[in-house]
Each structure stands twice: as structure tokens, then as C-alpha cells.
Design a protein around this ligand. Sequence first.
Ligand SMILES: Cc1cc2nc3c(=O)[nH]c(=O)nc-3n(C[C@H](O)[C@H](O)[C@H](O)COP(=O)(O)OP(=O)(O)OC[C@H]3O[C@@H](n4cnc5c(N)ncnc54)[C@H](O)[C@@H]3O)c2cc1C
Ligand code: FES
Length: 263
Amino acid sequence: MKSAARDIVSRVISNERIADRIHDIRFALHSAAEPPLPGQFAHVSVPGVFLRRPISIAGFDPASRIARLIVRVAGRGTDILSHMKTGDETRMTMPLGNPYPIRELTGGEIPDIWLVGGGIGAAPLLYAADYISRLAGGRAGIKTFLGFRDAAAAFGASEFEAYGETSLDIGGFVTDALTESLGKKIPDAILACGPAPMLSSLQKICARSGVRAYASLEERMGCGVGACLVCNCGISKDAGDEVSYKRVCRDGPVFPLPEVVFK
Ligand SMILES: Cc1cc2nc3c(=O)[nH]c(=O)nc-3n(C[C@H](O)[C@H](O)[C@H](O)COP(=O)(O)OP(=O)(O)OC[C@H]3O[C@@H](n4cnc5c(N)ncnc54)[C@H](O)[C@@H]3O)c2cc1C
Ligand code: FES
């Protein structure tokens, strides 16, 4: 699925520090863009930095055209973003990439979808929870598993609780609670985002349980639109032996988890 991404002038309307090095920033979009879907990202221009930085859409309100980005300070670019003030403007190209296949998964039924997020990977899942809940008129069976390295880095748990049962792991393995829950019930699908070791472990767990899973990958990016090949990742179609290289920016960032080849 390819959407019509546009380069949009965006004005910061709020910037709140919600955890250690984590900022929740809301932008008013000056011009019309196709509404983003969960899993898609914005390529954000950072004042004074040459390359744009990819940041997942953590929320979008179609009525007010306000987009929400949750930014973890990882280096110079995200540090500058985290210091943007109300009224500051930047440009972002959005929506980019392929989303989680939520509409295909739900197929008109009330969906039973579980979300697994590690660290900043919880950000795109906040939008997924909101989107699924709206799609199912608030009746979706959303269950969320969150993991953070320490309590200071944790965010979003109370927001996820508004959508359904939420388990929070601090300093351990987010997959432990998930494995326990999968022993009792298999959901329609799992949507995940987080560090590669978490996703690799989740891949094995989902294969054992026979549950469908989709993961959003994070790779370093250059152009963000499929031209520079900086963001390649290995994908083995139908989880077979043959590995091809795909661009996370254009062919992803969301892929069926069984097909991802972890380095
Ligand atoms: C599709 C996608 C969605 C993303 N969504 C979010 C999000 O919602 N919120 C958020 O805070 N971050 C997100 N990221 C990661 C974010 O883009 C990087 O942290 C950011 O580009 C780093 O820029 P910097 O200038 O701050 O740091 P740099 O100085 O460029 O790098 C600092 C450190 O971060 C590492 N790094 C750089 N880029 C990435 C990357 N893409 N993935 C993992 N590590 C990286 C570097 O190796 C280095 O160790 C996403 C990345 C992708 C590809
Ligand atoms: S970032 Fe250039 S091809 Fe993906």
C-alpha cells in the first residue's frame, strides 16, 4: 500500500516531557495530507541538521489535523526536536511507509488484537490502539504488553489501560507476560514495535503459538522514500530460506514478523 505523502509545514502546539528523555509533541499540520494510518511515519526536518529523522505517528486527529509524535532523545536530531517550543515550525513528509494491516485483519469482525511494545516502540502502538478501538466502536479486545528498561523511561501505560488490559514490565522481558497469556488464549493478531532482540524473541514465540504477527522495524534512514538503500533489511518471503533485501522506508516499516531476518 502506498499513500500520497506530502511535505507539510507543521507548527508545534505542545511539547510535554512524559518520561526520561521522552517528549510527547503535537503538531498542527498547515496543509492537507492524507490521514496517516498506524505504523506509518513522518520524515521530520530538524532545524540545523542535514538529514530528516523518521518518527512514527503516535496519534492523529482528523478533525483538528493534529499529529502526535513521541520522541526519544537518541542523538543530536532528536535532542533538537525535544527542545522545540509551542509556535516553532518545521516541515515533515507524511504519511510514509506501509501501515499495520488493521483493516485486513479485522475483516468487519470485532477484532482481538494484542499489542507488544518495547521502549519507544510503544509510540506507534498508541495510535494503533486508538484506531482499532474507533474501528470497532470501542468493543475491540485490545490487550497491551509494554516493556521498558527502567521506571523512568516508562510511558503510555495509563493511556493503553483505557483501551484494555495492559501489562507493564520494567527491566525484564516483555515477552514473559505475553507467553503466559498466549497459553490461555490466541488473539487474531499481534502488532509489535521495539528493539530487534525483543522482536526476534517475539518471532519465535509467535511461531510456536501459531499467531499472526506484524512488526514495525527501525533502521537508520537516509532519504526516507526508497532511493538511497540505506535502510535495507533482510526479508525471507513466507519464512523460507531465500532472503531478499527490502527497504524499511518504502517496503516497510511494517512487515509480517515471520518474514523478518534478524542479523
Ligand atoms: C520507521 C521508524 C520509526 C521511528 N519512530 C520513532 C519514534 O516514534 N520515536 C523516536 O524517538 N524514534 C523513532 N525512530 C528512531 C529515530 O528515527 C532515531 O532515534 C533518530 O533518527 C536518531 O536521530 P538523532 O539525530 O537523534 O541521533 P543520531 O545521532 O543520528 O543517532 C544516535 C543513536 O541512535 C541510533 N539510531 C539512529 N537512527 C536510528 C534508528 N532509525 N533506529 C535505531 N537507532 C537509531 C544511532 O545508531 C546512534 O546510536 C524511528 C525510526 C524509524 C526507522
Ligand atoms: S532511507 Fe533511503 S531507501 Fe530507505
